[in-house]
Design a protein around this ligand. Structure first.
Ligand SMILES: *[C@@H]1O[C@H](CO)[C@@H](O)[C@H](O)[C@H]1NC(C)=O
Ligand SMILES: *[C@@H]1O[C@H](CO)[C@@H](O)[C@H](O)[C@H]1NC(C)=O
Ligand SMILES: *[C@@H]1O[C@H](CO)[C@@H](O)[C@H](O)[C@H]1NC(C)=O
Length: 366
């Protein structure tokens, strides 16, 4: 009995893995694309790339003329929309996309969208900056896959290509508005070598999260706590001083590691985050100025001490204002959205409340 049971189990595993192989291979770069004449341009001799393995997206493309490029995106049919976007920055806002789906009535739709922002209300149908050749786009549902085909009238398409897949069973209604994607990826495509020369951003999800958390904690939470310690806990002398120095040192070390993670990310993802980076470097310089200031602190009895105090506390204030702004901006850039904004917002609100309470108490004492 026992061996029969094992035998059946092995058979079941064998057949289920076989069937999954058959399903996932309904299209691959090893199979010949046969859209049976339903695409208005030639689809032989296309370069083929597996562009998003997690969702089994396959992109085929070729340059057909000095300013003519053909594209065919193949994606599994999951009763959701399928999208390919071309982005100047590697991010969703400011890019234009071709989106296709098979409606509940079986009608196939393919449209260009302008992605004004990550908010679905800023994603507008029948707009966009893609120079799609008139009457070149087509969509086909074949063997449980959607094929989106289109041609672009351009000498060189944008290399930052985004892909997304919509939520299951929530197709756009008659107004063609999209609901927020359930997954997305940002890539960089080298059209000349036919290679994805940059790994999808999701590969660095941990590094991105680490960069966010460490910077948020270092510059955005611990440093303000250190300032609160220095301003309001003076009556616990000298404890306030040692706590202030210790907290700011930990914050600075965290902050510097966060900035380094940011440089690594920028390099790996090759996304355009110039403003975030500039503000980050500015914060880092201010952080270093504060560290140097500690080393050249004049003696308490010295006349210069007054000016030093003024300098040290104001550089600190400016640093914190920029740090808080840059944390929120970074959350926005990372498309992390509500959860992170709310979490950090609550932390900042608490710090502000505590500071107000302590400020009031300090004035009452005076
Ligand atoms: C391709 O088209 C031919 C004739 O138009 C049809 O008989 C055949 O079933 C089609 N094949 C597929 C896979 O759609
Ligand atoms: C595109 O298709 C429309 C109708 O579907 C037709 O009127 C028009 O002439 C076509 N344009 C070109 C450039 O083929
Ligand atoms: C591309 O655009 C140029 C100028 O806008 C036009 O002359 C040319 O015919 C277009 N090519 C195609 C393939 O539509």
């Amino acid at each position: 009995m026992r061996w029969a049971y094992s035998f059946i189990t092995v058979l079941l595993i064998f057949f289920s893995s076989l069937s999954s192989i058959v399903i996932s291979q309904s299209d691959s770069c090893n199979s010949v694309l046969n859209l049976n004449g339903s695409v208005p341009f030639e689809t032989t001799n296309l370069v083929c790339l597996s562009v998003w393995q997690a969702q089994d997206y396959i992109l085929r493309f070729v340059q057909n003329g000095p300013s003519l490029w053909s594209f065919v995106l193949s994606a599994p049919y999951t009763n959701a929309y399928v999208a390919i976007g071309f982005s100047p920055s590697g991010r969703m806002p400011g890019s234009s996309a071709v989106v296709g789906w098979s409606g509940s009535d079986g009608a196939l739709v393919i449209k260009q969208y302008y992605l004004g922002d990550t908010n679905p209300s800023k994603v507008n149908p029948d707009q966009g900056e893609l120079p799609i050749v008139p009457n070149s786009s087509a969509i086909k549902l074949q063997s449980s896959r959607l094929y989106l085909a289109f041609q672009l009238n351009t000498t060189q398409p944008l290399s930052r290509v985004l892909y997304s897949v919509g939520p299951r069973d929530r197709l756009p209604s008659s107004n063609n508005r999209l609901t927020e994607h359930r997954d997305k990826v940002s890539t960089r495509l080298n059209y000349q070598s036919g290679k994805l020369n940059y790994l999808p951003a999701t590969t660095y999800a941990n590094l991105r999260r680490g960069h966010g958390i460490v910077n948020m904690l270092g510059w955005g939470i611990l440093m303000p706590i250190g300032v609160i310690t220095a301003r309001y806990l003076r009556h616990f002398d000298p404890i306030w001083f040692y706590s202030h120095v210790a907290i700011q040192m930990v914050a600075f070390v965290l902050g510097v590691s966060g900035v380094i993670a940011g440089f690594v990310l920028e390099d790996r993802l090759s996304v355009d985050v110039d403003k975030h980076k500039t503000v980050g470097i500015f914060i880092l310089i201010f952080g270093c100025l504060q560290a140097i200031a500690i080393l050249v602190r004049p003696d308490k009895s010295s006349k210069a001490r007054k000016y030093w105090n003024w300098y040290h506390s104001n550089v600190g204030r400016v640093l914190i204002i920029f740090a808080i702004a840059n944390v929120f901006y970074g959350i926005h850039l990372g498309d992390e959205g509500r959860g992170w904004n709310a979490g950090y917002g609550v932390a900042i609100a608490l710090l502000i409340l505590v500071a107000i309470g302590l400020e009031v108490r300090m004035w009452m004492r005076k």
